[in-house]
Design a protein around this ligand. Structure first.
Ligand SMILES: Nc1ncnc2c1ncn2[C@@H]1O[C@H](COP(=O)(O)OP(=O)(O)OP(=O)(O)O)[C@@H](O)[C@H]1O
Ligand SMILES: O=P(O)(O)OC[C@H]1O[C@H](OP(=O)(O)OP(=O)(O)O)[C@H](O)[C@@H]1O
Length: 232
């Protein structure tokens, strides 16, 4: 039987709680080699390997099928691949790492409260300002799906933003943003408000499995899923 690889966060905000879930699940992880190793194994389970990677790398490795399982944010998984539900299974929602991917506009846009209002703004934008409405985000795929497919808004331009996205409108780099928020304080500090129907995704950390034919008959796969679910 081939090795089953589980990718877990090596750093960042979901690292510690992921380790706690695995411990409660009775899946005790020991480092392979020294303490600083990025590989581990599960005690008492043969042929299962732990790979420590960052949250966004885990989403990428799930997309390519290079790992069998991963713990990472739903937002990163859905942003990283089209048709995610056909390619991976969200086996368990782990109850931490909660954050919403949202559409936020300047607070001073008083008559823009909904996506329909924003659609009207986008339609008039070129006539008024001589260019398209600009959206700063690192969530290209989620933004396009939400604006174009779900809301039929086609007149906009995405401006790539890899950090400090909330500052983009004030800096004149974009008009509005799509970004992740948990407490909302960064949005408030930047005088941005979430549209009433502008929550694109309510994300949290999940145990995710890359769908592979070989998993169907593999008792290790079933055991890992059962153990994690039982620990929640
Ligand atoms: N306030 C928040 N800001 C950003 N991400 C958050 C927040 N709260 C929860 N998350 C979630 O945490 C996950 C990313 O975790 P984190 O930012 O710790 O990763 P990271 O180690 O920085 O990863 P990478 O370096 O790969 O980006 C995302 O799925 C995101 O939805
Ligand atoms: O709603 P809030 O609680 O204010 O959190 C939201 C902020 O937190 C995250 O940034 P962070 O500084 O963590 O950096 P990162 O995106 O690089 O992880 C995110 O990108 C937002 O900017």
């Amino acid at each position: 039987m081939s090795t089953i690889t589980i990718a877990l966060p090596s750093k960042g905000r979901i690292k510690e709680e992921t380790a706690e879930v695995f411990e409660r699940a009775g899946l005790a992880i020991s480092a392979v080699g020294n303490d600083r190793s990025y590989r581990g194994r599960i005690e008492g389970m043969e042929g299962v390997e732990i790979a420590y990677l960052s949250a966004s790398e885990i989403a990428r490795e799930l997309a390519s099928g290079a790992v069998d399982f991963g713990v990472t944010g739903e937002d990163l998984v859905r942003e990283g691949m089209a048709g995610a539900d056909g390619r991976v299974e969200f086996c368990a929602r782990l109850g931490f790492g909660q954050a919403d991917v949202v559409v936020a506009v300047p607070e001073i846009w008083l008559d823009v409260e909904t996506m329909a209002d924003l659609g009207d703004v986008a339609a008039d934008f070129r006539a008024r300002h001589g260019r398209r409405l600009q959206i700063a985000t690192k969530y290209w795929r989620l933004t396009q799906q939400f604006f174009s497919s779900q809301h039929g808004i086609q007149l906009y331009r995405i401006v790539e933003s890899l950090g400090a996205t909330e500052g983009a409108p004030a800096a004149g780099q974009a008009d509005i943003i799509v970004d992740i928020t948990s407490t909302g304080s960064t949005l408030r500090a930047n005088h941005l408000k979430i549209l009433s129907d502008g929550v694109i995704l309510k994300s949290e950390a999940c145990l995710v499995r890359a769908r592979k034919r070989a998993h169907e008959q593999d008792p290790r796969v079933a055991r890992i899923v059962e153990a994690v679910r039982a620990a929640l």
